[in-house]
Design a protein around this ligand. Structure first.
Ligand code: PLP
Length: 346
């Protein structure tokens, strides 16, 4: 059976143009800096994000980890959201491997961190009892808060606030292109103010593997060394970077289609009794909703019944669902999903 897979935008397969580019990629040993395709991807990514340099890494998790380890010393503290991907889903790598402590703040409805709360969380560097606040991590779009985006104004304000206090800002921009496309702005307006940013090629942009960490030349040099500590470079990985170049050149603007399709899908789902869409959902390509008490089926039972009808979803809480649109979800898939939910919940 061909499934309509709404579990995540990470399920996307490389497009035919990517497979073609991968087959033709000129490659070299990237540990020597000799892979022209990786070098091209890193330069292109840095240019698009308005940064000096980029580093190709296998995953968003490694990009965030390498960034935080490059910015921080053991015993430093990072302020981040309590629903941030780094806090919830990255294996605690910053503390396991870097001895870096985290301080989690509750996000506001738009996924941002309130400056007043950050101010209150900054440690007293003169007090031997306290770790040293070094960095603030923000996430845009913020996944667990609804795939919500933050504005350039907020990002600039936060970065100015951090820099005035001697703090560094890293952005987990796994889906920062979704945030830019949703606001109709150049992504640089979001990435320009922060010191470093990781974005993913292998989510809505549909490349098979990889993320790029971007920042200053000096920072990327440090991060490259950290990548070695984390297991090293990937030699002839230009074959993967080739797909990433196609992703950056051809898959960004079309994210608007995923956002529009998410809205259509949400409208259909919202008409089904028992489905309560989160307020404002979807902001980008993620639809979040809760089941009303009148629905006696558990999310796991619903998931099973949906799968029998060719629709894959994943529950994101005891009564909550997250559905994610991407390039492989078309209008027919969205219609079929609404029909399947309607049939099961009736
Ligand atoms: C917001 C966010 N950051 C980081 C990541 C990590 O990316 P990866 O799965 O490539 O490690 C994800 C993955 O879904 C994510 O949603």
């Amino acid at each position: 059976m061909e499934y309509i897979d709404l579990r995540s935008d990470t399920v996307t397969q490389p497009t035919p143009a990517m497979r073609e580019a991968m087959a033709r990629a000129v490659v070299g040993d990237d540990v020597y800096g000799d892979d022209p395709t990786i070098n091209q991807l890193q330069e292109l990514a840095a240019f698009k994000l308005g940064k000096e340099a980029g580093l190709f890494v296998p995953s968003g998790t490694m990009g965030n980890l390498a960034a935080i380890l490059a910015h921080c010393q053991r015993g430093d503290e990072v302020i981040m959201g309590q629903h941030s991907h780094t806090f919830l889903h990255e294996g605690g790598g910053i503390s396991t491997l870097g001895g870096v402590h985290s301080c989690q703040l509750r996000e506001q409805a738009d996924g941002s961190l309130a400056l007043g709360e950050i101010e209150a969380a900054i440690r007293n560097p003169e007090d031997d009892h306290e770790p040293l606040t070094r960095l603030i991590e923000i996430e845009n779009t913020q996944n667990a808060c609804g795939g919500v985006w933050q504005t350039p104004e907020y990002t600039r304000q936060l970065a100015d606030f951090a820099h005035a206090r001697g703090l560094i800002v890293h952005m987990d921009g796994a889906r920062v292109f979704n945030a830019a496309v949703a606001q109709g702005i150049d992504v640089r307006a979001l990435t320009g103010p922060v010191d470093s940013v990781t974005f993913c090629l292998s989510k809505g942009l549909a490349a098979p593997v990889g993320s790029v960490l971007c920042g200053s030349t000096e920072f990327i040099k440090k991060a490259r060394k950290i990548r070695k500590h984390l297991g090293g470079g990937m030699r002839q990985a230009g074959i993967l970077a080739a797909a990433g170049i196609v992703a950056l050149e051809t898959m960004v603007e079309r994210l608007a289609e995923d956002h529009a399709r998410a809205r259509t899908l949400a409208e259909g789902l919202g008409e089904i009794p028992g489905i309560r869409l989160d307020p404002g959902s979807p902001a980008t390509n993620m639809i979040f909703f809760t089941l009303a008490d009148s629905i006696k089926l558990t999310p796991a039972q619903i998931e099973k019944k949906l799968a029998e009808r060719g629709v894959l979803t994943s529950a994101s809480g005891p009564r909550r669902f997250r559905l994610v649109t991407h390039v492989w979800i078309d209008n027919a898939g969205a219609d079929k999903t609404v029909a399947a939910f309607r049939e099961i919940l009736q």
